[in-house]
Design a protein around this ligand. Sequence first.
Ligand SMILES: NC(=O)c1ccc[n+]([C@@H]2O[C@H](COP(=O)([O-])OP(=O)(O)OC[C@H]3O[C@@H](n4cnc5c(N)ncnc54)[C@H](OP(=O)(O)O)[C@@H]3O)[C@@H](O)[C@H]2O)c1
Length: 259
Amino acid sequence: MAASYPFRAALVTGASSGIGAEAARQLAAAGVPVVVVARRRERLEALAAELADVEVLVADLETREGQTVVAARIADPARPIDLVVNNAGFGTSGAFAELDVDRLSREIALNVDALTRLTHAALAVMVPRGRGWVLNVSSFASFQPAPRLAVYAATKAYVTSLGESLHQEVKASGVVVTTLCPGLVRTEFQSVSNTSHYQTEFPDVLWLPVDEVVSTALNAVAKGRAVCVPGAFYKSASWATGMVPRWVRRAASGVVQRR
Ligand SMILES: NC(=O)c1ccc[n+]([C@@H]2O[C@H](COP(=O)([O-])OP(=O)(O)OC[C@H]3O[C@@H](n4cnc5c(N)ncnc54)[C@H](OP(=O)(O)O)[C@@H]3O)[C@@H](O)[C@H]2O)c1
């Protein structure tokens, strides 16, 4: 049976691949019209040809111009959006001092700046309406430092902190902000972030099926949850991170992220 959600129209960033493409598919299957955002037009058009009621919006969210176009679409009163999924993001693995600093700036522009501006655009229209949902895609990496993936973990720590604050701040208005913190999911993320070696280094039990991550997240935002950590292993590990001293977590992630 197809899932049923309270959303009337959604916008999903990073919908040309991975978690975002799956979110667009599951929303469309539930009868929710979706605006799909990314840079690769051909991927978005293929999605629009495959699914009913999909609007393609090509934008580079690392740029202020792209962020402004998408923010304007979210705010358009003629075509209201009541679910925004801020999913576009990437990582950069390697020794911090040896990485391309311009790439790290682009990573911050996408993971932090674009997500902040689109969340702002969404809440600016949703709070006065007293209705709406924002699903921000963070990561399990947001819960502890990640040597060799330091900027990525820092951007995601920002996303989780922002999301938790805003969840509480707008709760009484009837608007929901949910932060999704997935563990490992097989997508293009690994090739883009230079972490393809994870595929062989980490056992199958740590890899979450993308459809489960997305259905768990859509149910969590529809239910008004603050934070969603899909998968039993990651859920218990996220509880444990609250009990383990930070220096132990830092040392442990240094051992895990050897290359
Ligand atoms: N996969 C994992 O293990 C994992 C775990 C935890 C969290 N996450 C998070 O999940 C989210 C989705 O990642 P994914 O795993 O689905 O990776 P993915 O398959 O690489 O998808 C990333 C999406 O972001 C879009 N994107 C990248 N740069 C963009 C830009 N400048 N402007 C607009 N869109 C851009 C890409 O589209 P274009 O290239 O067409 O623009 C693509 O659609 C990310 O925020 C990631 O940090 C992933």
